[in-house]
Design a protein around this ligand. Structure first.
Ligand SMILES: [Ca+2]
Length: 172
């Protein structure tokens, strides 16, 4: 009986050691692999396929945190397009977001856009436009006055500024 108890206690002890070690191992695995929405350990075409099913409202179990690759708290086509870009070999860092803020200079509001570091604005949406009464929208410009190129990779958050030209009513 004593022998059984000793073995019982020994097994409890080893179990409790295993349990106290588990959280550490689990913690190491909690690092999110962005884009790996099916939790396979890889970001590949299967993730894209599962994301498409999810967006088509199939009942499918996905890792919603890993799927929000631009960290905007929304799972949508933009995330899917960014994952596709990453799989295609572009230098897009999933889960590392950059934000483009639009200073419309009195024009209609344009919401900030969150995308992944290294991505291109036009990968995920058309270049936004803003409108102002009596003016023509010329385009978006950087802080230093140089034009913003929507086809260039964004590697840092930035604010871009709308430029307008007043419409010269005299010519009509
Ligand atoms: Ca998102």
């Amino acid at each position: 009986m004593k022998n059984f108890l000793q073995r019982f206690i020994a097994s409890i002890l080893s179990l409790s050691i295993a349990l106290t070690m588990m959280p550490l191992a689990a913690f190491a695995q909690q690092g999110v692999l962005y884009g790996d929405i099916n939790r396979s350990g890889f970001v590949d075409q299967n993730d894209v396929n599962d994301f498409k099913k999810y967006l088509a409202e199939y009942s499918i179990d996905i890792d919603t945190k890993a799927a929000d690759v631009n960290l905007d708290c929304s799972l949508d086509l933009r995330d899917l397009l960014l994952i596709e870009k990453y799989i295609a070999g572009y230098d897009v860092v999933l889960g590392d977001n950059v934000i483009i803020t639009f200073d419309t200079n009195g024009g209609t509001r344009v919401d900030p856009v969150m995308l992944c570091n290294g991505a291109v604005l036009t990968d995920i949406m058309d270049e936004p436009v803003t409108e102002k009464d009596g003016h023509i929208f010329i385009g978006w410009f950087m802080d230093d006055g140089s034009p913003f190129y929507a086809e260039e990779a964004i590697t840092a958050s930035m604010t871009i500024h709308a430029k307008f030209e007043p419409i010269d009513t005299d010519i009509y």
